[in-house]
Design a binder for this molecule. Structure first.
Ligand SMILES: *Cc1c(COP(=O)(O)O)cnc(C)c1O
Length: 424
């Protein structure tokens, strides 16, 4: 029997720079457009909702961006996250594949979202912003941002999608514990919210609607800025800390991954994991990248590649992405963090260029995967992460049929300890 392996990193090997894949891509991304004029959006126009440091990062072509000391200090609380060999899952499946997972559930709020939340809170505080306003689906982003806000002295207001607010009250308690101000979305505090409440007082909400409410709040108040937990280039940039650590950890144990897998909501944990490996693929190394999404919100597998709004009311810049349309209201699936109509422009472009693949998974298959993983590995994954695990199981069983020694690596984006009601 193989030894169980748990890999961290020596302190000298800690990641000090984020990686910007745009510096290495052999093609250009289509720029964000102003939603009113349809012209390329200017930094000045973006400054209505984002602080200057974030705008600069969104546009930069530098290959490496130094992680500020203040952020490194916060990262040191939970990074490097461990890379763990899922040997019990391998044995259970009887697969010749090796399976490893990068455990982002080790962060203070239980998911990868703190990686970008801490960075965004730091830059906004440095740029003299007083309040950050945002939306949250399942509550992971809201809890990560309220945590980061309290660390850097910022107030945080969160519009939480109503269906999650009611199904997942634990996350709401967590945000309040960190001093956050949490509202059910659609709310009666914004015109965008009222527009949806008019038709249905118990409207389940969606991320698109909650984003509209957050941006409207920012546009109407002074020292407030907006923070987004996924999709945009700077968010994927911050998340590359995952893939960069992973690369060093795999090197320490002499492994070369053949398939890297992540679940896909807006593309940040998947992007953060695979982007540091894209250059290898471009130089001819045999490696596959697989994004896993719900059958009920099949953005990458069934969406259209075109410009679309990031929210339901058309406040955000137009982004070139795979989209199900801004008016898509996903069914009330439990994997709240994957209920988004769009995708990160970087991920969309990589899919269009066939550098990555995407598959979708029915809810039952993902719950089965989560149940099996919990039983054999002892870690209860977030329902979002369960899609990645379902993908891993499909790949491991394929390797068994074809008798192939794959090295499958996936990001376990978050634990599901606050999602147990969804499982029961
Ligand atoms: C938010 C979230 C996701 C989905 O968002 P991405 O930007 O696609 O990563 C996946 N897993 C967890 C645990 C999340 O909190």
């Amino acid at each position: 029997m193989e030894e169980r392996i748990r890999v961290t990193l020596p302190s000298g090997e800690m990641i000090k720079n984020w990686y910007n894949v745009k510096a290495d891509l052999p093609f250009k991304l289509d720029p964000p457009l102003n939603p009113k004029t349809g012209k390329i959006i200017t930094p000045k126009e973006l400054s209505a909702i984002f602080c200057p440091s974030i705008i600069e990062q969104e546009a930069t072509d530098e290959r490496y961006i130094k992680i500020p000391e203040e952020v490194l200090r916060e990262y040191a609380v939970f990074r490097p996250t461990p890379l763990i060999r899922a040997s019990f899952l391998e044995e259970y499946l009887g697969t010749p594949a090796k399976i490893y997972y990068k455990y982002e559930g080790a962060s203070p709020t239980g998911s990868h979202k703190t990686n970008t939340a801490l960075a965004q809170a730091y830059y906004n505080a440095r740029d003299s912003v007083e309040q950050l306003v945002t939306e949250t689906g399942a509550g992971q982003w809201g809890s990560a941002l309220t945590y980061a806000g309290v660390k850097f002295g910022l107030k945080v207001r969160v519009f939480m999608v109503r269906v999650s607010y009611n199904q997942k009250p634990m996350r709401k308690h967590m945000m309040k514990l960190f001093g956050g101000d949490v509202l059910e979305s659609p709310s009666d505090e914004t015109e965008s919210g009222l527009r949806f409440l008019k038709d249905d007082l118990k409207h389940p909400g969606s991320l698109g609607i909650a984003i509209s409410e957050a941006i409207e709040t920012v546009l109407k108040s002074g020292k407030s800025k907006y923070a987004l937990g996924s999709v945009l280039d700077h968010v994927l940039l911050h998340q590359t800390v995952i893939g960069l650590e992973l690369k060093k950890q795999l090197k320490l144990i002499n492994e070369t991954p053949t398939v890297i897998i992540g679940c896909h909501g807006g593309g940040s944990n998947f992007g953060g994991t695979i982007l540091p490996f894209v250059l290898e693929k471009l130089s001819g190394q045999e490696i596959r990248f697989l994004a896993c999404e719900p059958e009920s919100c099949p953005t990458l597998t069934e969406g259209e590649y075109r410009y679309d709004y990031g929210d339901s009311s058309g406040f955000t810049p137009l982004l070139k992405m795979y989209t199900l349309g801004k008016d898509f209201v996903p069914p009330k699936i439990h994997a709240g963090g994957l209920r988004y109509h769009g995708s990160a422009p970087i991920i969309a472009k990589l899919l269009e260029e066939k550098l990555i693949e995407a598959e979708n998974f029915p809810q039952e298959e993902t719950f089965q995967a989560a149940r099996l993983f919990s039983k054999v590995e002892g870690i209860i994954p977030a329902p979002e992460t369960a899609h990645a695990i379902a993908g891993v199981i499909r790949e491991a069983l394929k390797a068994k049929t074809m008798k192939k020694e794959e090295v499958i690596v996936f990001t376990l984006s978050g634990h599901g300890l606050l999602d147990l009601s969804a499982y029961s």
